[in-house]
Design a protein around this ligand. Structure first.
Ligand SMILES: C=C(O[C@@H]1C=C(C(=O)O)C=C[C@H]1O)C(=O)O
Length: 161
């Protein structure tokens, strides 16, 4: 129905923004000589996701593979930016501080899980919806394999009974 496709569209926009914002994260880390991987931050992202899942009526454990996939893709995207020296003129360079970027990531993750919960009220994602999401969701430096992994783990998410 209409509301399902609105959710799906929002989902793809939020996913796309989360992947695209990795350019800003990578630029910040390059400037201040910080490592891409920050395990303390990843722990916070995971625990915030479990809390949001609980509030949104999702099975908290079922969101973990999806959140891990998001972070693995996020790190891979950053490594590629660092490796190519930000050569692609795909987005304007921003000079946001990491705290501000991470606040936006927190919001995106919350909205993602709320949209997924909303969408799952009317049943599981169909194969054609998955294909639609794969086609719509795009970011520089995101590989097809990473996108597949994101969508596969998204389909693993379950509503709480
Ligand atoms: C995005 C960041 O880089 C990495 C990816 C993360 C993510 O996708 O949420 C979290 C921590 C880092 O390992 C970050 O440091 O905030």
């Amino acid at each position: 129905g209409a509301s399902a496709s609105i959710c799906l569209n929002a989902l793809s926009l939020i996913l796309t923004e989360r992947m695209q914002i990795m350019r800003d994260v990578a630029a910040y880390k390059a400037k201040y000589h910080l490592p891409v991987e920050d395990l303390a931050r990843e722990e916070k992202v995971l625990s915030a996701a479990r809390n949001t899942a609980h509030e949104a009526g999702l099975e908290p454990q079922s969101v973990e593979p999806f959140i891990s996939a998001l972070m693995n893709a996020g790190k891979a995207i950053q490594y590629r930016y660092l490796a190519d020296g930000f050569a692609q003129p795909d987005l304007s360079v921003t000079d946001r501080c990491l705290d501000g970027i991470r606040q936006r990531i927190n919001e995106l993750d919350k909205h993602l899980l709320m949209m997924i919960s909303q969408r799952l009220r009317t049943g599981h994602l169909s194969y054609s919806e998955r294909a639609w999401l794969a086609e719509k969701t795009a970011s520089p430096n995101l590989t097809e394999a990473e996108k597949d992994n994101l969508l596969d783990t998204m389909r693993f998410i379950q509503r709480a009974e």
